[in-house]
Design a protein around this ligand. Structure first.
Ligand SMILES: Cc1cc2nc3c(=O)[nH]c(=O)nc-3n(C[C@H](O)[C@H](O)[C@H](O)COP(=O)(O)OP(=O)(O)OC[C@H]3O[C@@H](n4cnc5c(N)ncnc54)[C@H](O)[C@@H]3O)c2cc1C
Ligand SMILES: *[C@@H]1O[C@H](CO)[C@@H](O)[C@H](O)[C@H]1NC(C)=O
Ligand SMILES: *[C@@H]1O[C@H](CO)[C@@H](O)[C@H](O)[C@H]1NC(C)=O
Length: 511
């Protein structure tokens, strides 16, 4: 593939500017000598991450369109993102020395007269949440301010209020999308409804969202109850069984339950944590937290609660990420694996994974920021919509998602990465076993995925659904420009190929 520099310097001849800030017509591209280069190419995860040859940072929609058209015409690969992008599926790492389409100038958030909210393609949760809160509205949002709204939404979009309002993408009303060649189209139920369908679940594959608009709900007032608890490690069975009883009885749509393993610096072993958020109802929330109180020592599966902290949060604090400090740090290395279950995973397997987590970190102390979360929410709002409402394939199915996240920094010989992947994959494979998950096959949320899951596990096992996605890919991304994020196959036969042999960037050479 020819490099961007080749084109930039070619353009230089015409535009008579230096090679570092090349202009072709009105378009400018930054190269690595730009003083703000490092902060613009920083990523949440530096492991198997994309790298950039130049940054294109449009200020207007027109410029964005022209820039994409220019890159496509010259067959130069590109990736739309922004400083500190949180995408971490390893296929992103197949994009090396591509042009970054930097969406940092598109972070607006505006509440419309009909109470819908319109946000720019580069908006992060921190741009969306306070604006909504100030307008007395709410919707499903992520829990951390630093995460890009679109990266999240395009894969479905989970968050604490999803039991009430469904996925973030379920609230999408319309979007403006730049296609691979720079042409900008509208997508909604009325126009380009095929694109509108695909954006909500497989959207990383189809274009660059310039702007999108969502339905919102009135903030009914009253704070959200939040409880953070820590337990001794001999409480795993007791806590898991309590969580299972709550989940099997049918989760209240207002409840979001997280069971997690974090590493205890002093104890040198994992700590078991639980976080409960109960939307707008302190009393119900407290009742729920009470179920995790310490039990008598002679109970079959005893619970010993070491700490218990209650707070009441407003909507904006719900997304402030206070619960887990350091989550927004950039340039650490991360590898994620995931599996889901209709209820909760088998208790013995959850205990085994707890132990393997401890062994992994004891052997690799530099990975002590690793974390394993089991997040549970009611599927009620999601299931109230038809199965084929959007491209999101696992509607109502993923009651609990396991997020297995190994995080490390120094790794001189690659041994930590190897161990991290071995641990993560092993934990995922155990949790995904039919007798552990209750599913005969793997169901995985694309936004927490790695690279080895079958595409069907991410985007759906149904053949008609797969055909629909492949047709969309053929129509809207025929030259595979948007192949960084677990790419959809351009041929139906691609659904049955093993994950590792998927074509990615190379498709574009035939353009
Ligand atoms: C700390 C943390 C918290 C998270 N919290 C949640 C959560 O609460 N809920 C949840 O569902 N997921 C969550 N995730 C997972 C998250 O959905 C993915 O990591 C997602 O890819 C992040 O998107 P981004 O926009 O920040 O990343 P980026 O790296 O910028 O983008 C990821 C992908 O999306 C594409 N993309 C980004 N913007 C656009 C756009 N405007 N148009 C078209 N394509 C675009 C990029 O090209 C890239 O392929 C979290 C991840 C982390 C690391
Ligand atoms: C992780 O290790 C570092 C360096 O040894 C230490 O400073 C830090 O407290 C540890 N953190 C945790 C969560 O164990
Ligand atoms: C841009 O791409 C789309 C989708 O492939 C196509 O339908 C459209 O005709 C193209 N526009 C131009 C101007 O070539």
């Amino acid at each position: 593939m020819r490099s961007i520099r080749h084109y930039l310097c070619l353009a230089t001849l015409v535009a008579k500017v230096t090679c570092d800030a090349v202009v072709d017509g009105k378009l400018s591209f930054y190269t690595s000598s730009w003083e703000s280069w490092d902060e613009n190419v920083a990523r949440w995860s530096a492991y198997e991450a994309p790298t950039f040859s130049a940054i294109f940072k449009p200020e207007t929609e027109g410029e964005l369109s022209q820039g994409i058209e220019y890159l496509a015409r010259h067959k130069i690969p590109y990736l739309a993102t922004k400083p500190g992008g949180h995408g971490n599926v390893p296929t992103l790492g197949t994009y090396q020395n591509v042009v970054q389409i930097n969406l940092d100038n598109f972070r607006h958030a505006v509440v419309n007269p009909d109470h819908s909210i319109t946000i720019g393609g580069g908006a992060k949760m921190v741009d969306l949440i306070p604006t909504l809160h100030a307008a007395g509205r709410e919707m499903t949002v992520g829990s951390f301010p630093c995460v890009g709204v679109h990266g999240v939404m395009l894969g479905g979009g989970m968050g604490r209020l999803m039991g009430r309002y469904g996925l973030i993408s379920d609230a999408l009303l319309r979007a403006k999308v730049a296609l691979w060649n720079g042409t900008i189209i509208e997508a909604s139920e009325k126009v380009n409804s095929d694109m509108f369908w695909g954006l909500r679940g497989a959207g990383h594959n189809l274009g660059v969202v310039v702007e999108s608009t969502y339905k919102t709900w009135p903030d009914e007032g009253g704070l959200h109850y939040n409880a953070d608890m820590v337990f001794t490690d001999d409480s795993v069975h007791g806590v898991v069984e309590t969580a299972r009883n709550i989940i099997e009885a049918g989760l209240d749509p207002s409840l979001f339950l997280i069971l997690g393993y974090v590493y205890g610096a002093e104890a040198k072993k994992p700590l078991l944590i639980v976080n409960i958020v109960y939307a707008h109802d302190e009393e119900e929330g407290r009742k729920m937290a009470q179920r995790f109180a310490s039990s008598p020592k002679d109970a079959t599966n005893p619970i010993t609660r070491l700490s218990f902290r209650e707070t009441n949060m407003d909507f904006s604090e719900l997304g402030s990420g206070k619960a887990i400090p350091g989550v927004c740090d950039v340039n650490l290395k991360n590898t994620l694996y995931t599996a889901s279950t209709p209820t909760l995973f088998d208790a013995d397997a959850m205990k085994a994974v707890y132990e393997s987590f401890g062994s992994f970190v004891r052997e690799h102390p530099g990975a002590n920021r690793s974390i394993l979360l089991f997040e549970a929410a009611s599927g009620q709002a999601m299931e109230s919509l038809p199965q084929d409402y959007s491209a999101y394939a696992h509607r109502g199915k993923m009651t609990t998602n396991a997020i297995i996240q190994a995080t490390w920094d120094e790794d001189l010989d690659g041994s930590v990465a190897n161990a991290a992947n071995a641990w993560g994959k092993g934990a995922r494979d155990l949790l995904a076993k039919p007798e552990v998950s209750g599913y005969d096959k793997l169901y995985a949320y694309v936004n927490y995925a790695n690279k080895d899951e079958p595409l069907a596990a991410l985007y759906g096992y149904d053949k008609e659904h797969q055909q629909r996605l492949t047709s969309l890919k053929q129509k809207y991304d025929p030259h595979a420009f948007f192949n960084a994020y677990r790419p959809l196959p351009l041929e139906i036969s691609g659904w049955d190929l093993p994950a590792s042999s998927k074509a990615s960037q190379s498709d574009r050479d035939e353009l």
